[in-house]
Write a protein that binds this ligand. Structure first.
Ligand code: NAD
Ligand code: WQD
Length: 340
C-alpha cells in the first residue's frame, strides 16, 4: 500500500516509517516539524534503502491538508501527528484541543474527499482514566483522562467512532500505546525531546550521557513492590511493528472500528528501569527520590491478549533491550539530531 504517515518526523512515526518500508509499503510523511526533525525522516528512509518524501504542512490547516491529499495518491493513513506533553496540555488547553482535534478534522475531511477510508490512529493508555481496573482491557468504559492531552485522545476516539457509524466504509484501528521507549537498534533514529525531557527514559538517557546531573524519582511511597510507580514499557520497534500488522489487518478485513492495546502486560518500576539502564550503559545514574508528580497513577499495565488473539502480535523485546537500544542511540547522538 501507499501510506501517508502524519507526524512521521517524530519519535514513533519515524520508527514506523522504517517498519512500513521493510514490509514492502511505500511511504510519504507529512509533518510541520513542531516537534519532529527532517533528519529523522531522511535516516528512516536510509535505513530501509528508500527515499521518503516529507511534506511540511500544518495539518490543523484544513485547506493545506485538503491540497496535500489531492496531490498525493495514498491508500491509507497512519495518524501520529499531535502535541503530546501532558503537563503543558493543562497549561495550554486551547492549543492542545485546536491542534490535536484540528489535525484530525482536516485529515478526515480530506481523506473522505479523496476516497481514502483506512486509518490507524495513535491513542494512549491514558484514555483508561483513573478508574479502570489493572490490567487495562479494551472494552472498559467510560473512557476518561485527567489531562487535556488525554482528553484529546478520548475525544478523537469518539469522533472516529461516530464517523465510522455514519459511513460504514471506514476501516479504523485505534491503537492504545502504553509507555513506548527504546530506539532503532542501529542507533540512527531515536527519541530526541526538545528542552528538559518530561518522560523517564529520555531523562535517564540524558543523565547517562552527561547532559543532566541527576534524575528526580517522583515518589517513593506508592503501594508497589519498591515504592516507585510501575508502568508497562514497550519497545518502540514493537510499537512500530504493531502498526504495520494492524494496518495490514484492517485493510484485509471487513470495514469496522477496532481497538487494540499495544503493551507487554508487565509492569516495571522506576527503580527497576534505573537498574536496567545502569547495566546497559555501564554508567551510574545518580538519582534522588522526591515528592510525587501530580496526576501520576501508582501502577498500570495492559491486558495484551486482544492484539495477540486478533492480530497475532505481541511484544518481542525486553526492558533490557529497550535500555540497550536507547543507550546505543543516545551515546551515538549525545545531542540528538543536532549532532547531524
Ligand atoms: P512526537 O512529538 O515525537 O511526534 C509527533 C509529530 O507530530 C511531531 O513530529 C510533530 O512535529 C508532528 N505534529 C504535531 N502537530 C502537527 C501538525 N499540526 N501538523 C503536522 N505535524 C504535526 O511524538 P511521538 O512520541 O512520536 O507520538 C506520536 C503519537 O503517539 C502522538 O499522537 C502521541 O500522542 C501518541 N502517543 C505517544 C506516546 C508516547 O509516550 N510517546 C504514548 C501514547 C500515545
Ligand atoms: C513514567 C514513570 C513517573 C520522569 C506519559 C503520559 C502518557 C503516555 C506515555 C502519551 C512515572 C516517573 C518520570 C522523571 C520520574 N503518553 N518519572 N522522574 O507518565 O507513565 O506516561 O507518557 O500518551 O499519557 O502521561 O510516563 O515516562 O513521564 O513516567 O520518576 O523525571 O517515571 O513518575 O512513574 P507516564 P513518564
Amino acid at each position: 500500500m501507499r501510506v501517508l504517515v502524519t507526524g512521521g518526523a517524530g519519535y514513533i512515526g519515524s520508527h514506523t516509517v522504517v517498519s512500513l518500508l521493510e514490509d514492502g509499503h511505500e511511504v510519504e510523511v507529512v509533518d510541520n516539524l513542531v516537534n519532529g526533525n527532517a533528519e529523522a525522516v531522511r535516516r528512516a528512509g536510509e535505513l530501509a534503502g528508500a527515499e521518503v518524501p516529507l511534506h511540511e504542512v500544518d495539518l490543523a490547516d484544513a485547506a493545506a491538508t485538503a491540497d496535500l491529499l489531492s496531490r498525493i495518491d495514498v491508500d491509507a493513513v497512519i495518524h501520529f501527528a499531535a502535541l503530546k506533553a501532558v503537563g503543558e496540555s493543562t497549561q495550554k488547553p486551547l492549543e492542545y484541543y485546536a491542534n490535536n482535534l484540528g489535525t484530525t478534522f482536516s485529515l478526515l475531511a480530506a481523506m473522505r474527499e479523496n476516497d481514502v477510508r483506512t486509518l490507524v490512529f495513535s491513542s494512549s493508555a491514558t484514555v483508561y482514566g483513573e478508574k479502570a481496573p489493572v490490567p487495562y482491557v479494551e472494552d472498559f468504559e467510560p473512557l476518561d483522562s485527567s489531562s487535556t492531552y488525554g482528553q484529546t485522545k478520548v475525544m478523537t476516539e469518539r469522533i472516529l467512532t461516530d464517523v465510522a457509524a455514519a459511513d460504514p466504509r471506514w476501516r479504523i484501528a485505534l491503537l492504545r500505546y502504553f509507555n513506548p521507549v527504546g530506539a532503532h537498534p542501529s542507533g540512527r533514529i531515536g527519541e530526541d525531546p526538545r528542552g528538559i525531557p518530561n518522560n523517564l527514559v529520555p531523562f535517564i538517557a540524558q543523565v547517562a550521557v552527561g547532559r543532566r546531573e541527576k534524575l528526580s524519582v517522583f515518589g517513593g511511597d506508592y503501594p508497589t513492590t519498591d515504592g516507585t510507580c510501575e508502568r508497562d514499557y514497550i519497545h518502540v520497534q514493537d510499537v512500530a511493528e504493531g502498526h504495520v500488522v494492524a494496518l495490514d489487518a484492517i485493510a484485509a478485513g471487513d470495514a469496522a472500528v477496532h481497538t487494540w492495546n499495544l503493551g507487554s502486560g508487565q509492569g516495571t518500576s522506576v527503580l527497576e528501569m534505573i537498574g536496567s539502564f545502569e547495566r546497559a550503559s555501564g554508567r551510574e545514574i545518580p538519582h534522588e527520590v522526591v515528592a510525587r508528580r501530580a496526576g501520576d497513577l501508582p501502577a498500570f499495565w495492559a491486558d495484551p491478549t486482544k492484539a495477540e488473539r486478533e492480530l497475532g502480535w505481541r511484544t518481542a523485546r525486553s526492558v533490557d533491550d529497550m535500555c540497550r537500544d536507547t543507550w546505543n542511540w543516545q551515546s551515538q547522538n549525545p545531542q540528538g539530531y543536532a549532532d547531524a
